[in-house]
Design a protein around this ligand. Structure first.
Ligand SMILES: O=C(O)CCC(=O)C(=O)O
Ligand SMILES: [Fe+2]
Length: 237
């Protein structure tokens, strides 16, 4: 599969909106078959890793190992994570990571790695530079994420020393999602009483400037499907 940007995007309108609001949503981001293939590929993938943090440390475990955990140990882990999430930075979700280097992406030989290469190609980087009015962007890093029931990511601002991230992107792939299923991207500093939510949708790109507090609300216990996306940051080297 070769990926292509939807030719109907109006780059200067998107750039104006992003300049004004520091975040935009771009529906129908890819020419549709590319997004369909990516969703199928990720839905069928069996090598997802469950990642979670304890303070500054990140831990991961195969999703099959998580499922096979002793129930008491699992309950302890869940309780610890929930306690930390109350006011701290905490996350738990599933990931498939894509390496940053083009040669390693090729060697990975998977559609999600091809997508990362497409995002980092000179034509797509030029498009991102035009939309963001940020000429320093050189490549996109990339991971697939899957938020199953109970997954979440508390507020944070994506600014990490040395990573040179300018904008975050999230290509949402899940179809027919309902807001009450959770998995909403929120910007909690907007206002205290009333804030906007970005609801997942198929082939919908969210793009936002690094430095804004944001979070992903917990996917409800009753959500019938996982929230699947491909996400990362536009970076310079
Ligand atoms: O999945 C999303 O909507 C946002 C993800 C995010 O903020 C992150 O991975 O840092
Ligand atoms: Fe983030």
């Amino acid at each position: 599969m070769t990926f292509a940007l939807n030719p109907a995007h109006d780059a200067s309108r998107l750039a104006d909106e992003l300049g004004r609001h520091k975040r935009i949503q771009v529906p129908a981001f890819l020419v549709a078959p590319g997004a369909e293939d990516l969703l199928r590929h990720l839905t069928e993938s069996t090598d997802w890793r469950h990642v979670m943090n304890a303070g500054d440390n990140v831990y991961e475990i195969g999703c099959d190992e998580l499922a096979a955990m002793d129930p008491e140990q699992r309950a302890l882990l869940d309780r610890k994570i929930d306690r930390e999430a109350v006011e701290g930075f905490q996350f738990r979700f599933d990931t498939i990571r894509v390496p940053d280097e083009e040669a390693d992406r090729r060697a990975m030989g998977r559609l999600v790695a091809d997508f990362a290469s497409f995002l980092s190609s000179s034509a797509t980087v030029d498009w991102f530079r035009a939309i963001t009015r940020c000429d320093t962007i050189e490549f996109a890093d990339c991971q697939a994420t899957r938020y199953r029931n109970g997954a979440f990511l508390t507020r944070h601002d994506d600014a990490v020393e040395g990573k040179q991230r300018s904008f975050a992107y999230v290509l949402n792939l899940t179809r027919d999602w309902r807001a009450e299923w959770g998995g909403l991207l929120l910007f909690p500093e907007d206002e205290t009483a009333r804030i906007d939510a970005m609801v997942p949708d198929f082939n919908l790109l969210n793009l936002f400037e690094v430095g804004q507090q944001h979070c992903v609300t917990q996917v409800a216990s009753y959500a019938p499907r996982p929230r699947i996306s491909v996400t990362g940051w536009l970076r310079s080297r």
